[in-house]
Design a protein around this ligand. Structure first.
Ligand code: PGA
Length: 330
């Protein structure tokens, strides 16, 4: 009689036989295995017999009503688990590929994240052209409401919402800085005391904005009272107001990313600033992210992180006072 080898197993063994064997070994019962697989007892017995012949050693021993697995059966059982695990992985991989060919990605991000999320999405969509993306940009309060309604796949927050249990991964720095018009008397001064800010009018974001609540928390912690001149519903409106001399503001450094050498804005060097924060990629605990959402999550934490960094790299010139302004020739 031939000693069975891989060649013999390959020729005679089928996945169906392994499936039957694995179920019998797991349940230690032919009846329950047959029920699980929706097979009749004679079919089960025939499959088990063929498998035993292919292996060349008994796989089970029946003592009374109890089924015991032999040493050869144990080896085969381990093999079955490995094979089925690999098949499951393969199936998931194929499903992922199919999913990524055409899927939907719904993102909701807080207003200030618009300075880098679209840039990351651009590269992601080039890589996966079949994915349709919807991007909702609104303030923190409204993004939180969307998360509570489970309306999107992933969210970007300046700070993970404590109101609800979430999975949150910080992926990028988000410093909040004090900005002023470039010709403001404080522009270019070093180490401006925090208390000096109380003498200046401030433009702040609307209620419900994460930037605003971070500033309010900071002021409370540091005992500072800011004179609020007006609140405005967008970072860009605030920048225009600051450039026009309406007052100072505290905004994410990222809002200055597209400011060129001739920016009318300056970042002030104020004690205890910047307020250090991080962008977080968030989804509610218990939510099973789609294949596409998982792919974007991974993309953001790997390549997206550096794309985002590049998108928000701020030109040094907004920090310089007017006297350092470059001339056309320099
Ligand atoms: P906002 O949020 O755009 O609503 O101000 C930004 C943040 O939380 O950092």
């Amino acid at each position: 009689m031939d000693t069975p080898g891989a060649g013999q197993l390959l020729r005679h063994l089928t996945l169906r036989q392994l499936q039957v064997f694995e179920a019998i070994a797991r349940h230690r019962s032919c009846t329950r295995a047959a029920e699980e697989l929706y097979l009749t007892q004679p079919t089960m017995s025939a499959q088990a017999k063929n498998l035993t012949e292919a292996v060349g050693l008994p796989l089970f021993e029946q003592i009374g009503k109890k089924i015991h697995i032999t040493a050869a059966g144990e080896v085969l059982y381990t093999l079955c688990q490995e094979i089925f695990e690999s098949l499951a992985r393969c199936e998931m991989g194929v499903a992922n590929l199919k999913g990524l060919k055409q899927g939907q990605l719904r993102l909701a991000v807080v207003t200030t994240a618009k300075y880098f999320v679209p840039r990351v999405l651009g590269v992601f969509c080039q890589r996966y052209p079949g994915i349709a993306v919807t991007l909702k940009v609104t303030n923190r309060e409204r993004v939180l409401a969307r998360l509570l309604d489970n309306r999107d796949d992933l969210y970007v927050f300046g700070q993970p919402p404590p109101e609800v249990e979430v999975n949150a991964v910080p992926f990028l720095r988000n410093p909040l800085v004090v900005i002023a018009a470039r010709d403001h008397p404080l522009a270019g001064k070093r180490g401006i005391p925090l208390t000096r800010l109380a003498q200046e009018p401030f433009l702040v974001r609307e209620a419900g904005s994460g930037t605003r609540s971070a500033l309010e928390r900071f002021c409370e912690e540091h005992g500072v009272n800011l004179a609020i001149r007006m609140d405005l519903g967008s970072n860009e409106a605030i920048k225009q107001g600051v450039a026009g001399g309406l007052g100072l503001a505290v905004l994410s450094l990222h809002t200055l990313a597209m400011e060129g050498r001739d920016s009318p804005l300056a970042v002030l060097d104020v004690e205890d600033f910047p307020i250090e924060r991080h962008w977080n990629l968030v989804y509610p605990k218990g939510k099973q992210p789609s294949v596409v959402a998982q792919a974007f999550h991974e993309f953001m934490l790997n390549e997206g992180r550096s794309l985002a960094e590049a998108a928000v790299t701020v030109h040094k010139s907004p920090r310089r006072p007017p006297s350092h302004r470059r001339t056309a020739k320099s």
